[in-house]
Design a binder for this molecule. Structure first.
Ligand SMILES: [Mg+2]
Length: 192
């Protein structure tokens, strides 16, 4: 089993730290009256491909989640906060997101990880998936936990080590490490 030093790893946010798809389902139900979506149905990263709802509606819901994580009830994935807090005891915690807006998600991270001093939470918002490998290289991060398979592949082809965070939308065989929950991540880390 590999052991990762806490300063070698960075994290994607949506679908890894934040339970973004549950937020999507909630907003779809409360504000658009769409009651039919189940998480298991989300078998593609691109929601308009796997859900029978109009592309404009998908975009409107995603924009809400990007702009205001709090009002859309975004919550952390089970176990994420505890493991990130343990990392923050050793070194700053790094996040690299393709979100175009940095501030709303930074505020959200500060709120859900109250015990981590804000200056130990470092967030890079690239605005584009394809910029993640370069940003990770610049940050000197070798490992990256990500739920989007295409991004994992791009990271891998740049000589870095993606770790797939298992989700219904990233199934299939890949030559990367796959983890199913945050306890798994904790076990990979050389903490203390
Ligand atoms: Mg993601």
């Amino acid at each position: 089993m590999i052991k990762i030093k806490p300063h070698e790893i960075a994290f994607d946010i949506d679908g890894v730290v934040a339970d973004t798809m549950s937020s999507f389902i909630k907003v779809a139900r409360k504000e658009f009256g769409i009651n039919s979506i189940r998480k298991e149905q989300i078998t593609s990263y691109w929601l308009e491909k796997c859900l029978n709802i109009p592309e404009d509606t998908v975009k409107a819901i995603i924009d809400r989640i990007l702009e205001n994580p709090f009002s859309t009830g975004l919550s952390p994935i089970e176990g994420a906060v505890e493991t990130l807090e343990a990392i923050a005891e050793c070194c700053p915690v790094y996040f690299v997101t393709a979100r175009p807006l940095r501030e709303p998600i930074v505020k959200w991270l500060h709120t859900v990880m109250r015990t981590i001093p804000p200056d130990r939470i470092i967030v890079e918002a690239t605005g584009r998936h394809d910029l993640k490998p370069q940003v990770l290289k610049e940050l000197g991060k070798r490992y990256f936990v990500e739920d989007h398979l295409d991004t994992c592949k791009a990271i891998h082809s740049c000589g870095l080590k993606p770790i797939v965070f298992d989700q219904p939308w990233n199934q299939g065989t890949v030559p990367f490490l796959r983890i199913t929950d945050w306890e798994n991540i904790g076990n990979l880390l050389e903490l203390d």
